[in-house]
Write a protein that binds this ligand. Structure first.
Ligand SMILES: *[C@@H]1O[C@H](CO)[C@@H](O)[C@H](O)[C@H]1NC(C)=O
Ligand SMILES: *[C@@H]1O[C@H](CO)[C@@H](O)[C@H](O)[C@H]1NC(C)=O
Length: 404
């Protein structure tokens, strides 16, 4: 009999499977999915409400209700669950609590407040034993295709804590230590890198996803002038290229703010290439993820030992290996694993005539005429009115159209 109970049950299961399978993929990600498919499988967890991290935190001073409103909407429209961490007014940070090595330095109140807020997030990550957390500043913006973008990024990021294939003319493909490779395309990575701790790989410390500038790592700048053992602890020079990424603006739009110079990668790579590499001289902390081990190391270094300048500059130096301490036998500790991406996946949103913010990148540049977000094409912030009113993907505005 065609409609036996068994057939009906199988059909129902199939239907449930299909519904569950297709549900997490946001509707407005069609074109991003197109390039995602071409680049192989990724963890479906990244499509979840915390982007494949255990938690997403946003730092916001409660008085800035305007920013909290905007971030709440932006996150809701992208189906992201965020937890708030209260920003800190530098005037409330007592001299007693700052690490000893900052006593003789004049740290601005702004830097003290920002330092404390970031320490408070790290403290929370350690206290709650959170495996991985994404930390956003409250003016961060992103593309509506953020989830598929992060799926692709994750595939690349995993290569930084695992072996990647090496193509040898005689021996074919062998799997080598990633530090010995300099550049590889995403398509050359093995389709399934082993997964364990997080969808972004294991043993990373920081994934620096939103910044206002970074450099491609070079063999030559491996901290030798700071006296560290270069051989045992250099960061990988590996660069993973993601070609034909439709979410990357054309080369002339690759700048951190309207008066900035064009990014180096605009000339070095074909248009619409995104590059995942070790952090090198990265600045601004619009968005970065920490693993549990990364949070512990950072809380030790900057909660207890060091406060000398702005948080992003200290994180830059930490990722560049400048804070590594030597162990007793003279060998240096492992270089921190900080992976970044160019152009960044999160970026600073310049609101219309927004009040100048001392921590804003580009020397406090404020755009009085026009809102904008560098690097982000289908910006959630700039499409907010359309998204709130249920616009379809085709109706969204591309800020950095190729022809413009
Ligand atoms: C998303 O996936 C991550 C990694 O598997 C997990 O830790 C987190 O709890 C998930 N988030 C939600 C909201 O399910
Ligand atoms: C913290 O989490 C790790 C990994 O999930 C687990 O192995 C460990 O036991 C946890 N530690 C505590 C104190 O709960």
């Amino acid at each position: 009999m065609l409609f036996s109970h068994r057939n009906v049950a199988v059909f129902a299961l199939l239907l449930i499977f299909l519904i569950v399978w297709f549900k997490p993929i946001p509707l407005h990600t069609k074109s991003a999915l197109h390039y995602l498919r071409a680049s192989g499988p990724a963890s479906p967890d990244i499509l979840n409400a915390t982007l494949g991290f255990q938690q997403v935190f946003v730092i916001n001073i409660p008085e800035r209700t305007d920013r909290r409103d905007a971030m709440t909407l932006a996150a809701a429209l992208s189906r992201i669950d965020v937890q708030w961490i209260d920003g800190v007014d530098g005037h409330s940070v007592s001299d007693k609590v700052v690490p000893g090595d900052s006593w003789d330095k004049s740290i601005s109140k702004g830097n003290k407040g920002s330092w404390r807020a970031h320490m408070n997030v790290l403290q929370r990550v350690v206290q709650d034993n959170i495996t991985s957390a994404l930390i956003l500043e409250d003016d961060a913006d992103w593309d509506v295709r953020i989830k598929p973008q992060l799926q692709v990024f994750a595939q690349a990021a995993r290569a930084f804590t695992q072996s990647v294939p090496q193509h040898h003319p005689e021996h074919g493909v062998s799997y080598a230590d990633h530090t010995s490779q300099s550049e590889i395309s995403l398509a050359q990575l093995p389709p399934k890198l082993r997964l364990s701790v997080t969808p972004y790989g294991d043993a990373w410390d920081v994934l620096w996803l939103g910044h206002c500038g970074t450099e491609l790592p070079k063999e030559s700048d491996m901290v030798s002038d700071h006296g560290y053992d270069v051989k045992s602890s250099k960061p990988p020079v590996l660069k993973i290229t993601i070609p034909n990424d439709a979410t990357v603006p054309s080369p002339k739009h690759l700048k951190a703010h309207p008066f900035a110079l064009q990014d180096e990668i605009a000339k070095q790579y074909p248009p619409h290439t995104r590059i995942v590499h070790s952090s090198s001289k990265t600045t601004c902390t619009q968005a970065y993820a920490v693993s549990q081990q990364g949070a512990r190391k950072l809380l030790w270094q900057f909660g207890l030992q060091t406060l000398t300048t702005g948080w992003d500059l200290m994180l830059r130096d930490w990722c560049d290996g400048l804070y590594k301490s030597s162990s007793r036998d003279g060998r240096t500790a492992n270089h921190p694993v900080c992976v970044t991406v160019q152009p960044p996946i999160f970026s600073h949103h310049y609101g219309k005539g927004a009040a100048s913010d001392i921590t804003a990148p580009g020397g406090g540049f404020v755009n009085k005429e026009k809102e904008m977000t560098p690097y982000i094409r289908l910006s959630v912030r700039l499409n907010m009115e359309r998204l709130v009113n249920g616009a379809s993907f085709e109706d969204l505005v591309d800020q950095w159209e190729d022809g413009t």
